[in-house]
Structure formats: structure tokens, C-alpha cells
Design a protein around this ligand. Structure first.
Ligand SMILES: NC(=O)c1ccc[n+]([C@@H]2O[C@H](COP(=O)([O-])OP(=O)(O)OC[C@H]3O[C@@H](n4cnc5c(N)ncnc54)[C@H](OP(=O)(O)O)[C@@H]3O)[C@@H](O)[C@H]2O)c1
Length: 335
């Protein structure tokens, strides 16, 4: 029997362990990818500790991977053996990123932009999809997937602009709303980069406590139409809601993190999951369209990357490091 290695989590809270398993073969609509790099996400350490969205045990964690196509199912037309790709991963052990051969449905896979290393490419998928879901959650169209959509929002606050989700959302919002006021919060060392990605003005995180400067930066000084809370900060810092224009649509979207904000009266809160994008208008092409977005320069790497090691054994210490927090950085492991 030919075997490959995977990093298994036997149960929540236990140790990640390298295990040999039978080499996978693809179903008709699946792609097997030899992993060359994986990115580490907050969801991975939360799953390791609490198993929050683990469908079955033992689990193979990891939602972001990049590598080389090893095998394709009979119905797969758009990829062939040897193609360099990136993929959203996870939701089944064979699909987890933290293994030698990742087996995923073809709609989760995109060609790797030639300009990106495997490590850079691995940093993209889940943050891009979650940024897209957060933008959609505000009713703003994803113009690269649905060019006919429109939105009347004129001003939006992106909370946590230096996160992978936040910096992705700023870019997608700017594509959809070329003349909107897009304000964002982050620590100051990221402001120049976030302006280059499309933000109109950046604020230190202290503006989340006293939002007067944010409100003053909106066109009429009355506050923003909507908040895209990339880091679910509204759950612990409800003062952020005071940035909203009381006479505006008062929309708030945020990725699901397990911490739910309490909506003040009249505020509509829309929690989103990255995978929701596939069900949105044009969303079936969400991953394949990412290649063109990057190659055309419309979507840049949202964060810098830092390679924290090589091999499956480097993933667990990498997750320990991620738990302590990162700033404008995606941690990546080469395989
Ligand atoms: N449900 C889903 O489908 C889904 C998918 C992906 C991610 N998520 C969740 O979305 C969140 C963002 O993920 P990510 O990968 O983009 O995170 P990340 O890049 O690891 O986030 C780190 C950044 O968050 C910023 N930050 C942290 N706390 C903040 C706060 N209270 N206010 C403002 N900024 C804050 C930091 O900003 P500074 O250092 O500049 O201060 C830092 O740059 C995570 O909670 C993750 O679990 C959910």
C-alpha cells in the first residue's frame, strides 16, 4: 500500500501527530494537491483547542494550502497534473491542508498566479473568501463576480484593516465603490499600506473607543453608513457602533468567530462565513476568479507573510506562535 503523511488531531485539545495514511485518489470532481505551503489561521488554533468546526475525529486541520496537482478526477477539466495551484481546504480529513496530499472539490481550487511563491499563494484563500463574504454581507456587490450589482453605501468603516480579512475587504470594497469613503482602524505601522490598498483614511485602534474622529471623516460628519468588522471587535468594544450614522442604514457585517456582538437598537448585524460566497451571485467562480484578480494587480497580498518553518512538524509551534497574536502578518509553513 502506498502511504502519505498527514498531521492528525485525535480529539480537541490533544497533540497534533504525524500519521501515515493510504494515498488518496480523487473522486470525479476532486483534485489531489501535493502541498508545498500552508498558511496558519486563527481558526486552526481554535479548532486545535476547542474543535469548534471539526466535523469528525480524528481531524486534519488547515484551511489554506498551495501546491502542485498530483491527480485529478475524471470530471475535472480545468486542471491537470503538474499545475501549480492554491486552494481553500478543510471540512473533511482528506481536505485538511496539514498533510502531504490535500484532496479537495475542484471549485475550491485556483491556478497559482505566476508572480506568487507557494508561500504567498497559501496565504490567500480563506481571508479572500471571508473578506468577500463580509463585503457581500453589507449588500455591496463583488464586482469581479457580479458586475451588474450596485450599492448605495457611501461610507464604510473597516475595523481591523491590517488583518488578512480586513485588508482583503478594503480592496474588494474599493473595487465595488470607487468613490466611497472607506475608513479603517489598525496599528499605525500599517496605515501607509492600507491607504495604498484603497482606504481613504486610517485611524489608530484608539478611535474604536472614541469614534469622534471617524465620524468627522465621513462626508457629512454624521457617521458611517456601515461597519465591516473584520476581527469581530464589536463583540468586546461596543463603543465602535457609535461610528454609525444614526440616520443611515446602520449595517454591520463580521466573520463568525464564536464571539457575537450585541446589536444596539436599529443596527442590523450580519455574521458571515467565508464559504457563503460560493452561494452568492456569481460565487461559484469565487476561487477561479482570484487568479485573474491577483494577476491584474486588483487584489494584492493583504498581509505580509512570515515563513515559520518547514515540514508538518513546524505547524504546531507555528500555531502556538499565532495564538500569541500577529500584526499584519500571515504565518506560513513550507512543506
Ligand atoms: N468564519 C469564517 O469563515 C472566518 C474565516 C476567516 C477568519 N475568520 C475570523 O476572522 C478574524 C480575522 O481573521 P484574520 O486571519 O484576518 O486575522 P489576523 O490577520 O490574524 O488578525 C490579526 C490582526 O487583527 C488586528 N486586530 C486584532 N484585534 C483587533 C481589535 N480589537 N481591533 C482592531 N484590530 C484588531 C491586528 O491589528 P493591529 O496589529 O494592526 O493592531 C492584527 O493585524 C479572526 O477572528 C478569524 O477567526 C472567520
Amino acid at each position: 500500500m502506498s502511504t502519505v503523511q498527514q498531521l492528525q488531531l485525535p480529539q480537541r485539545g490533544e497533540r497534533l501527530t504525524v500519521v501515515s495514511v493510504e494515498r488518496p485518489t480523487p473522486s470525479p470532481d476532486e483534485v489531489c494537491i501535493r502541498a508545498k505551503a500552508v498558511a496558519l489561521n486563527p481558526l486552526d488554533w481554535k479548532n486545535r483547542a476547542f474543535g469548534i468546526v471539526v466535523p469528525a475525529w480524528p481531524a486534519v486541520l488547515g484551511v489554506d494550502g498551495a501546491g502542485i496537482v498530483e491527480a485529478v478526477g475524471d470530471a475535472v477539466k480545468d486542471f491537470k497534473v503538474g499545475d501549480e495551484v492554491l486552494s481553500l481546504c478543510g471540512m473533511a480529513a482528506r481536505a485538511g491542508a496539514f498533510q502531504e496530499i490535500i484532496t479537495v472539490p475542484v471549485n475550491l481550487v485556483a491556478k497559482k498566479p505566476a508572480s506568487l511563491s507557494f508561500e504567498e499563494a497559501a496565504s490567500l484563500p480563506i481571508c479572500y473568501l471571508t473578506a468577500a463574504a463580509s463585503v457581500s454581507g453589507l449588500g455591496v456587490p463583488l464586482t469581479h463576480l457580479d458586475p451588474t450589482g450596485s450599492s448605495s453605501l457611501k461610507s464604510i468603516l473597516v475595523v481591523g484593516g491590517s488583518s488578512g480579512v480586513g485588508a482583503g475587504a478594503i480592496q474588494l470594497l474599493r473595487m465595488a465603490l470607487p468613490s466611497a469613503t472607506i475608513l479603517t482602524t489598525s496599528s499605525p505601522q500599517h496605515h501607509e499600506r492600507l491607504l495604498a490598498l484603497g482606504a481613504t483614511q486610517c485611524f489608530d485602534r484608539s478611535a474604536q473607543e472614541d469614534t469622534s474622529a471617524i465620524r468627522a471623516a465621513t462626508p457629512d460628519g454624521a457617521g458611517v453608513d456601515a461597519i465591516l468588522d473584520a476581527v469581530a471587535a464589536t463583540a468586546t468594544e461596543p463603543s465602535i457602533f457609535s461610528a454609525l450614522n444614526p440616520a443611515g442604514p446602520k449595517l454591520v457585517s463580521h466573520p463568525v468567530t464564536g464571539q457575537d456582538p450585541q446589536a444596539p437598537e436599529g443596527v442590523q448585524i450580519r455574521p458571515v462565513m467565508g464559504r457563503q460566497v460560493f452561494a452568492s451571485k456569481g460565487g461559484h467562480a469565487a476561487m477561479s476568479a482570484l487568479t485573474g484578480l491577483v494577476e491584474s494587480g486588483k487584489y494584492k497580498l493583504p498581509t505580509k507573510i512570515e515563513v515559520v518553518g518547514k515540514g508538518l512538524d513546524a505547524i504546531s509551534p507555528g500555531l502556538d506562535r499565532l495564538m500569541k497574536g500577529v500584526s499584519g502578518t500571515k504565518l506560513v509553513v513550507s512543506l
